[in-house]
Write a protein that binds this ligand. Structure first.
Ligand code: SRM
Ligand code: SF4
Length: 522
């Protein structure tokens, strides 16, 4: 650990238990935990260290664990999806899965005694959960249509995989990066529409050409640092004033994560993300340290980046750059899947595509490589009635965090409520464009309300003298080119009064019209 952390600062309780025993140490103890059962486990192993293996004890459903995978660039094979489905299936009505806002998937209902067996299964199909929670680097996001999009500058898939391999020792666990001061998010985009919300990551790479009119421009990335959402503070990432070539990306990631590890603040856990170190040091000093560790001087940022498109949601059927092939973007309402759905999606990918499945940060699925000749039969698949390629304009862009059903931080129920409310609003209103509504159950902002057209953040409110579930409303979040964060515009709306408030916002701000039938029934 760092000099800063050991000598200059009082350590918070998380730092103390990490110093006592590294999170990754539980990797060798998982067989024992499976035998003794969760009730007999040490409290820090159960509540915290297991997260280094991507295993989350859920106080809301004790004994039914959640497992968070790592899916670089959000890509998996139908074989891997079937393996995940088999795990979920074991747990009957307790088993489910959620696609996450980091192009990833979490499985629910898992018993600890099965975990060694599940890990073996994952190993056989090349899946890992390693270091996907707590003070580790989270799933690394990349363009969901990398390699398919005719307009992309760079296919991010290989780079994202290389960064993950470097940070996790190819999925086996890497003690070099298992004691960061806090979580750390990395995103890379090689397309024109900032499909990964680069600006809300601790470290992001966005496409930019280096060169001037006398030179042939060279493709690379401008680097952003310090983006975060937390209950304490939300900030968009700021420019590091560095441009790197694709070949330099992995080394730059390594150096920046090392600096965060060695110098990140560890006294106050609410002020431990990278942005707080940038505040303390200033961007110049941080850049100097990056350059020093990188071992050679870094070029300044290119004058402009290449994010010049509105953000696409990829729901629908789109032509790929490979002639005669298409990708299908399926809307998965609030990202929730059950075992049968997962088997079915794996089957679709095999029968119609190339056996590949992708996730988006909007919690939806893409099935690539569907030949033109298969599209007509593809449209007849009954699962498309639930996971539509042409959903309603509110459902299409709905995102929701886990909420009170499984998350003990939650102040409100989110996913089920979000679904019910969107269905009612769609039955009342006619929309002419998608409106991105994001629900998040508490100020941790996992559902990213600040990037939404309308963001709903769970809170407790007083109504008729009683505490009840409510939301603060955020608006103005823009994505794609000129992305910026939305802000809170209305506070403390009880959830039971929310629907008419949203209805009014949709009419006033997003051009929604009331359906005739809705007018008659009112
Ligand atoms: Fe998150 C903690 C779920 C994306 C900010 N997040 C949690 C925990 C682990 C809390 C817990 O132990 O219960 C939640 C697990 C609930 C569960 O059972 O599912 C949780 N976060 C999620 C997911 C599943 C939301 C979703 O429905 O998609 C997302 C998983 C992503 C992944 O695959 O790794 C998820 N979380 C995010 C994002 C969005 C993003 O990364 O773009 C953020 C805001 C961006 C950021 O981190 O800067 C986010 N989660 C947090 C925070 C606040 C971090 C902070 O610095 O304070 C917490 C609380 C914490 O870490 O102490 C948190
Ligand atoms: Fe849980 Fe809050 Fe994150 Fe939602 S935003 S998953 S309620 S921590």
């Amino acid at each position: 650990m760092t000099e800063t952390a050991t000598t200059n600062e009082k350590l918070n309780k998380f730092e103390k238990f990490k110093a006592e025993k590294d999170g990754l140490a539980v990797k060798d103890e998982i067989e024992n935990f499976a035998q003794i059962g969760w009730e007999a486990m040490d409290e820090n192993d159960l509540n915290h260290r297991l997260k280094w293996l991507g295993v989350f004890f859920r106080p809301v459903t004790p004994g039914k664990f959640m497992m968070r995978m790592r899916l670089p660039n959000g890509i998996l094979t139908s074989n891997q999806m079937s393996a995940l489905a088999e795990v979920v299936q074991r747990y009957g009505e307790n088993g489910s899965a959620d696609i996450t806002t980091r192009q990833n998937i979490q499985l629910r209902g898992i018993n600890i005694e099965d975990i060694p067996d599940i890990f073996n299964k994952f190993h056989k199909v090349g899946l890992t959960t390693i270091q996907s929670g707590m003070d580790n680097v989270r799933n690394i996001t990349g363009d969901p249509v990398a390699g398919l999009d005719a307009d992309e500058f760079y296919d991010t898939r290989e780079l994202v995989q290389q960064i993950q391999d470097m940070l996790t020792n190819s999925g086996e666990g890497n003690p070099e990066f298992s004691n960061l001061p806090r979580k750390f998010n990395i995103a890379i985009t090689g397309g024109r529409d900032n499909s990964v919300h680069a600006e809300i990551n601790d470290l992001a790479f966005i496409p930019a050409f280096w060169g001037n009119k006398d030179q042939l421009p060279i493709f690379g990335f401008n680097v952003l640092v310090g983006g975060l959402f937390s209950a304490k503070r939300c900030e968009a990432a700021i420019p590091l004033n560095v441009w790197v070539s694709p070949a330099e990306v992995v080394s730059l990631c390594k150096v920046i994560v090392e600096i965060f590890r060695d110098h990140g603040l560890r006294a106050n856990r609410q002020k431990a993300r990278l942005m707080w170190l940038l505040d303390e040091w200033g961007i110049e000093k941080f850049r100097d340290e990056v350059e020093k560790r990188f071992g050679k001087s870094l070029l300044p940022a290119a004058a402009k980046d290449e994010i010049d498109w509105e953000k696409r949601d990829h729901v629908g059927i789109y032509k790929q750059k490979q002639p005669g092939f298409n990708y299908a973007g399926l809307n998965i309402p609030v990202g929730r899947l059950y075992a049968d759905d997962m088997f079915e999606i794996a089957r679709l990918a095999e029968v119609y595509g190339s056996g590949e499945i992708r996730f988006t940060v909007e919690q939806n699925i893409i099935i690539p490589n569907i030949p033109d000749s298969s599209l007509i039969t593809f449209f007849t698949e009954s699962i498309l009635e639930r996971f539509a390629v042409n959903p309603g304009l509110l459902m299409r862009s709905l995102v929701s965090c886990t909420g009170a059903q499984f998350c003990n931080f939650a102040l409100i129920e989110t996913k089920n409520r979000a679904l019910a409310m969107i269905k009612s609003l769609e039955s009342e209103l006619i929309l002419s464009r998608p409106v991105r509504i994001h629900w998040t159950g508490c100020p941790n902002s996992c559902g990213q309300p600040q990037v939404a057209d309308i963001g709903l953040m769970g809170t407790k409110v007083r109504k008729n003298g009683k505490m009840t579930e409510g939301v603060d409303i955020y608006m103005g979040g823009t994505v794609g080119k000129d992305a910026h964060l939305g802000t809170c515009v209305q506070k403390s709306i009880p959830c039971e009064d929310l629907q008419p408030v949203l209805r009014e916002i949709l009419i006033q701000n997003f051009g929604a019209k009331v359906r005739e039938e809705a007018l008659i029934s009112h």
